[in-house]
Design a protein around this ligand. Structure first.
Ligand SMILES: Cc1cc2nc3c(=O)[nH]c(=O)nc-3n(C[C@H](O)[C@H](O)[C@H](O)COP(=O)(O)O)c2cc1C
Length: 358
């Protein structure tokens, strides 16, 4: 669905002939101009990841989810997960939990800590979080009254920053009806926007995200809806918006080792017909080395060497020799060895455009 965009020039609002798919997203006092958002991803979207993403043009990111319970108990590990620096802005924190009072107390804490937005997790499928269905995360999708109580208490507890909800389509029900019911409660409670991952809890991360079902949520609400699931190119983002009518796009796994995706998606949404930017091998390598440097600087040698076993293979995935590179990184003990492996890596055959495609 193309939208006419009005642009202010010399003090006058001029509407089109240009068309754009993204409009600024206004969430209380926070305005996001690009309509491209990085989703929260546990053990992935840490501070070094976000810094790389911002260096490559990302506007808004989330922390990975943290437990509301752990936050109100001042868990050292949780506070460590929430660390940030001034250039890592604007930044949203995400809480997971199912006790309305604890969620409200943790929400006020998030605001006091200076985050720009608070998100509530109604998507996590992991049994440790969902319990037997009476727990948190995606389990709340099947308990709209419990979810509604949380939304009301949290919105009351937060004074300035916007509160959003990130959900799946349903716990088991793939029709989108559960998401619509939850999203309506969120809107009625004063939540500013909802993000919808087009899969059910049962699907976990498999199958294909149902973008049309995200459109059911969009049609039922007047607050902005952010679409999520399976966006790996700017073209995907365009189709997600066209199929669902959503107001912004949230990127997930597609951005792992591919921070060039943010600009490619933003360009397509702004109406560009140019082919996507495809980084050459040297740029990929330099970006991975920068990621390693930021890991060591912000996480310390011990954690960085553990994290890099996961991160380094993302950047060279699909290139000839990538499997051997991954094995070598995964059996390395320290980041110095990893740095040398990255520097020495060269694809055993010239990479094709497709294998490097953003
Ligand atoms: C490793 C991993 C960790 C994730 N952690 C979170 C999380 O902390 N909070 C959340 O709301 N979603 C989390 N998600 C879900 C993603 O934010 C996103 O909704 C999902 O991956 C679908 O988008 P995609 O198909 O573009 O990857 C996680 C996903 C993955 C793969």
């Amino acid at each position: 669905m193309a939208r006419k965009r009005s642009v202010r020039l010399y003090g006058t609002d001029i509407v089109g002939p240009w068309y754009t798919l993204s409009m600024p997203l206004r969430l209380k006092g926070l305005t996001l101009s690009s309509g491209v958002i990085q989703s929260p991803m546990a053990a992935c979207t840490d501070l070094p990841f976000r810094l790389i993403a911002r260096e490559k043009g990302l506007e808004f990111a989330y922390l990975e989810m943290v437990s509301a319970h752990a936050l109100v108990q001042d868990s050292r590990k949780t506070l460590e997960l929430m660390k940030s620096i001034p250039v890592d802005r604007p930044l949203g924190a995400q809480l997971v939990g199912c006790d309305p009072d604890i969620m409200a107390e943790a929400a006020a804490r998030v605001e006091d800590m200076g985050f720009d937005l608070l998100d509530l997790n109604l998507g996590c499928p992991v049994p440790k979080i969902t319990g037997g269905g009476d727990g948190a995360g995606s389990a709340l999708l099947a308990r709209p009254e419990d979810a509604g109580r949380i939304f009301e208490k949290v919105v009351k507890a937060v004074k300035r920053i916007p509160v959003t909800v990130k959900m799946r389509l349903g716990f088991k029900d793939a029709t989108g009806a559960e998401a619509v019911a939850i999203a309506r409660r969120a809107q009625d409670a004063g939540v500013c926007a909802v993000a919808v991952h087009g899969r059910t809890r049962e699907q976990q991360y498999s199958g294909v995200a149902n973008w049309k079902a995200i459109g059911l949520v969009k049609a039922a609400l007047s607050i902005p809806v952010i679409g999520n699931g399976d966006v790996r190119t700017g073209e995907d983002a365009r189709r997600l918006i066209e199929e669902s009518g959503c107001d912004a796009v949230m990127l997930g796994r597609g951005a792992l080792g591919n921070p060039w995706l943010y600009r490619n998606v933003a360009a397509v949404l702004a109406g560009s017909k140019e082919p996507p930017y495809v980084p050459g091998f040297a740029e990929r390598k330099a970006t991975l080395l920068r990621h390693l440097e930021l890991e060591v600087e912000h996480e310390g040698e011990r954690l960085a060497s553990r994290n890099m076993k996961r991160i380094a293979p993302w950047y060279f995935a699909g290139l000839p020799g990538a499997a051997k590179f991954r094995n070598a990184v995964c059996t390395s003990e320290d980041t110095g060895t990893m740095r040398r492996l990255i520097e020495d890596f060269s694809p055993s055959a010239a990479p094709s455009e497709a294998s490097l495609s953003a």
